[in-house]
Design a protein around this ligand. Structure first.
Ligand SMILES: [Zn+2]
Length: 256
């Protein structure tokens, strides 16, 4: 879907930074065009109408004009400000974690509408019900799923066998290994028990309403957290220098 000279899209503001005197450069995850960079002109002036709707973490409807290199935000309005989350330190860390991942991994101008709406749904749940780590695990699952890195959990990723699937997950190959392939592999393997496997499948397939009702014991949650960390790092790190950003953010986050 190409952009016309003027276009409009829903957008989730990932970050903004100073740009020239009164302007800001905004990174936006838009519904229709994926991640884009755009200039909000005059936004630092106190009366600018763009000031509010281009703040990080805002869910806004934006009107844009195509520019030579960067597009220009011409108008916008806030749909949701997520005021409760902004006042809660842990929720802010959640928002930073999600926007940092999206800003780093999304290629420019490539739409991911499903991931867009999943993200908004997660942020709305965070706003309405407060921070729970399972929200981040769901977010991580949606990111990997929608970007095409969904782990293979129903058959051996190496030979396709559906028999004798063990608890061995090859991070490098991106899926479970059968017992035979496990014995032959030289790659590092992540061990996951049946419960972890079942929860991972749910995170990838179930909707958020169902995920919210999950009550995981600490060990299972910790394993799933570690799994996504390794999996995201391996598949995204080389391209996006994600590792430092994620571990720094995680250290600031209190555990459940
Ligand atoms: Zn196999």
């Amino acid at each position: 879907m190409g952009k016309t000279l003027y276009y409009k899209s829903l957008g989730f503001i990932l970050r903004n930074r100073d740009y020239l005197e009164a302007d800001r450069l905004i990174s936006i995850f838009t519904e229709k065009y994926g991640k884009i960079g755009a200039i909000a002109k005059g936004v630092k002036k106190p009366k600018s109408s763009l000031r509010a709707c281009t703040q990080p973490f805002c869910y806004s409807e934006l009107f844009l004009r195509r520019g030579k290199s960067l597009d220009i935000v011409s108008q916008g309005r806030i749909l949701e400000f997520f005021g409760h989350s902004r006042e809660d330190m842990v929720s802010v860390m959640y928002l930073l974690y999600m926007t940092e991942i999206l800003d780093k991994i999304l290629p420019e101008n490539q739409p991911y509408p499903e991931l867009f709406f999943h993200t908004i749904e997660i942020v709305q749940t965070l706003e309405n019900k407060g921070p729970r780590p399972i929200l981040l695990r769901y977010f991580e699952a949606q990111v990997m799923n929608d970007l095409g890195f969904s782990p293979v959990l129903n058959q051996c990723v190496n030979c396709g066998s559906q028999k004798a699937l063990g608890e061995f997950f090859s991070i490098v190959e991106g899926g479970l290994l059968c017992k035979e392939c496990y014995q032959r592999t030289t790659e590092p393997v992540f061990f996951m028990n049946a419960e972890v496997l079942a929860v991972l499948k749910l995170l990838l397939r179930a909707d958020l309403k169902m995920i919210e009702r999950l009550r995981l014991n600490e060990q299972t949650h910790a394993q799933i957290e570690r799994f996504w960390e390794k999996y995201l790092e391996y598949h995204l790190e080389r391209r996006f220098a994600l590792k430092n950003a994620l571990s720094v953010l995680k250290k600031m986050m209190p555990s459940e």
